[in-house]
Design a protein around this ligand. Sequence first.
Ligand code: ADP
Length: 859
Amino acid sequence: MTSDRSNKIRKPPHLLPTKQRTILLVDDSEVDRVIYQRYLKKSREYDYHFIEAETGKAALEIYPNVLPDLVLLDYFLPDINGLEWIERWQQKYNKNPCPVIILTGQGNDNIAEQFIKLGAADYLIKDQITSDRLNFSVYKELIRQEEKQKFTQTIQCQNEQLLEVNRLLKDQMNCGENADCLLRNNEEKLHCAVFNAPIPVLVHAEDGEILHVNQTWTELSGYTIEDIPTTAEWTQKAYGNKQGTVKSWIDRLYELNQRVDEGEFKIRTADGQVRIWNFSSAPLGKLLDGRRLVISCAKDVTEIKQAKMALQESEIHFRKTFEQAAVGMAHVAPNGKWLLVNQKLCQIVGYSQEELREKTFQEMTHPDDVEPDLEYVRQILAGEITSYSMEKRYIRKDKSPVWVTLTVSLFKSKTGEPEYFICVIEDINERKNIELSQQQALKRLANLHQIDKAIIEAQKPQAIAKIAINNIQYFLPACQRASIVTFNSEHRAATILGTQGRAEQKTPKKLETTLDIWQDLINRLQESEQNYVVAYLSQLPKLSAAIPSLATSGLDCFICFSLKAQNKLLGIFKLWVEDVEVVTPEQLAIIEEISVQVAIAIQQANLIQADQNYALNLEKKVQERTAQIEEINKELKAFSYSISHDLKAPLRAIQGFAVALQEDYAENLDDLGQEYASRLVASAEQMEKLIQDLLAYSRLSRTEIHKKPVNLTSVVNKALEDLEIAMTDVQPEITIEKPLLNVLGNRTILQQIVNNLLSNALKFTSAKVKPQIHIWTEEYPENFVRLWIEDKGIGIEAQHQERIFEVFERLHGNEAYPGTGIGLAIVKKGVERLGGRLGVKSEVNRGSRFWVELPGVEG
Ligand code: ADP
């Protein structure tokens, strides 16, 4: 069946191209025929007129009536295949009258090669045919055909000129006496024309003799007339083993009565090269001896042919590269329509090539990425940039997003008009997903860290529970309810610290329950090898009975994490979910981590609470003690007051009356009476001294002390002055290493200290010996100054050296060495109040060295 449907697809008149061409479209698929016509109707150069044929035979039959400019031939025809079709067509219609483009279902280098050998102009793989591709191929072949025709016309023109010359020669031969001369003359002209023609020309006679070989022929083939005197010699030299075929072809030429285009032949030149010549031959009349002549002209098309082959190869190569590229490649129209897409791009986006060509890149781009992409397109069309590269998402056919790196450059026509974008699309979905999941993991980690920090910072178990529960939704969106319960095994009690989600306990107070209702869970957690168990409320009757709000909430399944610290189960973290299968191992690991932090924080909070309780108790005790001490002090003050006032008054009375007795009634008293009276006076004096010392000691404990630098030399001098009376009796030997160092202290207290030590040094010396006293100061570490007072007295036994600093501790009776036993106690109390230390080094009968260490004066 043949038909002409070209009238059905018309372009607007102003777009109609001027050149008209007829195309014979041989294809059994009506759909394909329609598509190719649609494609070709887009041509800007030609207005195509289509003749369709469904079978090879139909095409061969209509061929002479149509005489198309080009044949588009399907390889798989129902009756014969494309190769057979071309062979029959060439046999029937004399070589290659017009270009044939083969359309094949599948690409195959072998078939491609056979077609090229047979002289097919091009072959296209049906799957890859686009409007551009088809138009380009047809356009290219038509242009080539036109050039060939122009060339043939040139040859024909030259042949006609030669024939005219020949005709004239013949005419002249037939006329009169000068015919011979004219003939010779014309023969010379013919020879000259042939010889100088710019294309190879050969004139040969039917017996095989070669009469003329022109200069171009010799230049291109390397053979002179001497090398090839006959066509047999020529075919043998130029065609090798194909000489027979060519020779018989040449022999047929003499039968022709018009020009014939023989087509292309491969010839071997004298120097061994293979060149392709396109021959045309024409009859040149007869020689005088009756032999028919033929003139054969050729065009050397070797370079053109090679260029064509190279072009075809590079096209095949390009097509393969484009098709088999490991990245997606595409041509996209300036309006966004996909023009040409490769297989890889189809794989990336999940659309077939046909489906893609119906779409624009905008409608396939993720909504968030359309704007940035269009902005780049604007810039590239405006010439602000020459190319761009961006990461973006396409939406696959199955609606899932896919990340790609898109690199785009613009192809412009010779006039600078944008033709199409060249796009390279690399699938980076996997890398991008890894990147995104890493980012999510980092974000999760940061959140986890925040929670950890908040948990650790919270000080009360309830606050800790609240933070953990509030944040758990972020890590486990499927969580319907979360709660934290702590246990107190000692009191067999449990506390619900907090809940959130369904059946949430709104009361802010802690909810106490017995431990028994949790015991099943506790047992299961302790048996489990993991830190959690999956449990169902329906299987825990005690729990659902004890907390009715839970039982009516409709919740059943929960994951129960243990809150353990130092191997002790402090409580549980319960997370209720509809389906435990939706919880991923990663989520379980995160919640486990949070549970550990919660457990540590709760334990810490408990310890802090215990510490705080302990501190509170301690403070209470201190307050009690302080109150007691204050009470004692008060009593002591009252006691001192009573001593100073109440005791001193009767004492003064005793002293006064005893002295009155001695003075006023001395003559009335016998010796014994007088002795009693003096003992009374002495006892009263002793008691007064005792009271004074006790008051001094008591004052030392109570008075507020202000410290300032004190000159020890002046203190010692004053003490010597104070003790002058004592010294007049014994005349002691006193050495002072002056100047003594200054100390930070209180003048009054220091005076009392030095007075007491010096008086002891004088006092505790054997009556027979003259007292020897040595006084000096020394610097000690940490800016302390030590004052030494050394005597050569009776000394102190080692076992008493500590207790003599206590109140009323005396080593001797009052008769041997009078005293109150308070002097050294005052010294000790005074030194302590000044922030110093004191001590003694002593040996019996060799003397004692008392030392007092006080803060020195800085600088
Ligand atoms: P008192 O001197 O009034 O007895 P103190 O408190 O001053 O009381 O001294 C206590 C006791 O320490 C003295 O009774 C004495 O036995 C002993 N004692 C103090 N100073 C010396 C000293 N320099 N040499 C020997 N014994 C001393």
